[in-house]
Design a protein. Structure first.
Length: 167
């Protein structure tokens, strides 16, 4: 709910397949968002393997530097900025090793300092028993250790996936 007379809290998520934006384009997008009364930007391009299939690995130093620059630019424009993490197939074997890898990844993201952390399970398999409970457990673990101001979770709906498979 917003306060009357204040603009809504609208964000843009760069979370699509296809040609990704350049770092320059991402930085130059900040004034446009500010002028359009948007409040934040979420970095979650599908072509960044270090927030998707290779999430257990650190970003290369050049990428981490670009993310830090991006955060600085958005903050100078008075905008929040976030990162979308798709911990690829972590729920298939959510054992202590996976939990530790997740703790390490969240600590690395904390070091970069996003205001928002999105946990994105939406484009993953939906045929896992008790999937919603497991995604919730993973998200709660992340929320306990993340320094982000806001956590957003996008879940995969098992029943919806099952219906799609039958069609």
């Amino acid at each position: 709910m917003s306060i009357p007379g204040t603009p809504p809290n609208i964000c843009v998520i760069e979370g699509f397949f296809g040609h990704a934006w350049s770092w320059r384009d991402r930085r130059e997008y900040a004034p446009f968002l500010r002028d359009s009364e948007y409040r934040c930007y979420i970095y979650a391009p599908k072509d960044d393997p270090f927030i998707r299939k290779r999430w257990r690995e650190d970003w290369p130093s050049e990428t981490a530097t670009e993310i830090e620059k991006l955060i600085d630019v958005y903050h100078r424009e008075g905008l929040k900025i976030g990162v979308g993490l798709s911990p690829y197939e972590v729920y298939l074997n959510y054992d202590e090793a996976a939990r530790e890898q997740l703790r390490v990844k969240i600590a690395a993201l904390n070091a970069v300092g996003p205001d928002v952390l999105c946990i994105l399970f939406d484009d993953m398999r939906g045929d896992v028993p008790d999937l919603a409970r497991l995604q919730t457990e993973i998200t709660h673990q992340i929320a306990e250790i993340s320094t982000a101001d806001r956590i957003i979770m996008c879940a995969r709906n098992r029943r919806l996936a099952e219906r799609r498979l039958r069609v």
